[in-house]
Ligand binder design. Structure first.
Ligand code: TXA
Ligand code: MG
Length: 336
């Protein structure tokens, strides 16, 4: 045995031997596992997903089990293109086609009337199915090789912070999945925007990677579903979500932050930090760029949550437009 292998593992035993580069061999292995009904870690442009065969009830059950997710919270089915996505729907309003044309592949999920063939477990027994065409090249390659829809919630344990790189998936799920495809850090960094288009007027079920304004510019005003405490009418509206283990306080002003050695601060823009003599600071974007902030958001939140010196996290509310709204919604839930 080499002395090297006897050194203590710097990752504390969390050696990432199920994290692999997305080579053609790894994609083939992933397809094999998915055909067996197993689940894997999959990069998308929004966040990493915990993917399983979307039409295989036992794979779907495995997703709920690994994620420790309540069965009433339905899954998104990821498809290779709009044709495959709309094949899962019973009725596709023209508005859905317009949205797909403009935003797919990309961070938008459409909720439509489901076809009989979609397993009830995927939709938690609801008459609607959520579908999305992801843009990430690894997700695209896997969907093409697999040849069917993949159900994929974010690859975190239920209620926790979504992972935006392969090592965060590893930290969340460890060896509970046989394979995690490493597609690098997620470019968008926030989950998809979820829009229900099965009713008369479109309803925003979750703010996300496509800013609401861009959707309204295309299809007119959308209703906004409000978060609820317990079993959601429109699922995905749980109030307490995206939660760090440490308390998170959402503030409007830098002066509301008590900069102590045990304080972590999630900031934005170019704040005057002359009063901030102590604490751990994560700036989402020093140039005030909301896209950059979104891409950094979950990584920065996780870094403060994992930081040994930090006992309480303060987060500065972001400007209330574009992706700032999507980030604020997550901060509100994380702090509730
Ligand atoms: O960006 C994303 O959407 C990521 C990546 C992996 O694609 N996935 C993701 O999945 O965020 P998940 O399961 O963490 O969130 C899915 C959201 C939930 O809020 C769920 O309640 C909602 O979509 N949803 C799914 N199916 C639905 C349905 N039939 N009706 C209403 N809401 C639904
Ligand atoms: Mg999630």
């Amino acid at each position: 045995m080499s002395t090297e292998s006897m050194k203590p593992d710097p990752t504390g035993g969390a050696q990432a031997n199920n994290v692999v580069a997305p080579s053609p061999e790894a994609i083939s292995r992933a397809v094999e596992l998915l055909r067996e009904g197993q689940v894997i870690g999959l990069p998308t442009e929004t966040v990493y997903g915990l993917a399983g065969d979307g039409l295989n009830p036992s794979a779907l059950a495995c997703i709920f089990e690994v994620k420790q997710r309540p069965l009433f919270d339905p899954l998104i089915l990821h498809c290779v293109d709009a044709g495959a996505a709309f094949d899962l729907a019973d009725d596709v309003p023209s508005m859905a086609r317009e949205l797909a044309q403009r935003f797919w592949p990309g961070p938008l999920t459409l909720v439509l009337r489901k076809k009989e063939t979609v397993p009830d477990l995927a939709t938690s027994g609801l008459p609607n199915v959520a579908v999305r065409v992801p843009a990430h090249p690894v997700a695209q390659a896997l969907l093409r090789a697999f040849g069917g829809p993949l159900a994929a919630p974010s690859a975190n344990r239920f209620g926790r912070i979504s992972p935006t790189d392969a090592h965060a998936v590893r930290a969340e799920l460890g060896d509970a999945v046989p394979l995690i495809l490493d597609g690098g850090p997620c470019a968008v960094g926030l989950e998809s925007t979820v829009i229900l288009v099965a009713e008369h007027q479109p309803v925003l079920l979750r703010a996300g990677g496509v800013p609401r304004e861009e959707i309204e510019a295309l299809v007119g005003s959308v209703l906004h579903a409000t978060p609820v405490d317990d079993r959601p009418q429109a699922p995905g509206q749980l109030k307490h979500h995206y939660a760090p283990r440490k308390p998170l306080r959402l503030v409007r002003d830098l002066r509301d932050i008590e900069f102590q050695p045990d304080c972590g601060a999630l900031l934005f823009g170019n704040p005057d930090l002359t009063q901030a003599s102590s604490g751990v600071i994560e700036n989402l974007s020093s140039t005030g760029d909301l896209r950059e902030a979104a891409a950094n958001f979950f990584r920065a939140l996780r870094a403060l949550d994992d930081h040994p010196e930090v006992a309480v996290i303060y987060a500065l509310r972001l400007p209330a437009y574009g992706l700032g709204l999507s980030i604020n919604e997550r901060l509100e839930r994380a702090s509730s």
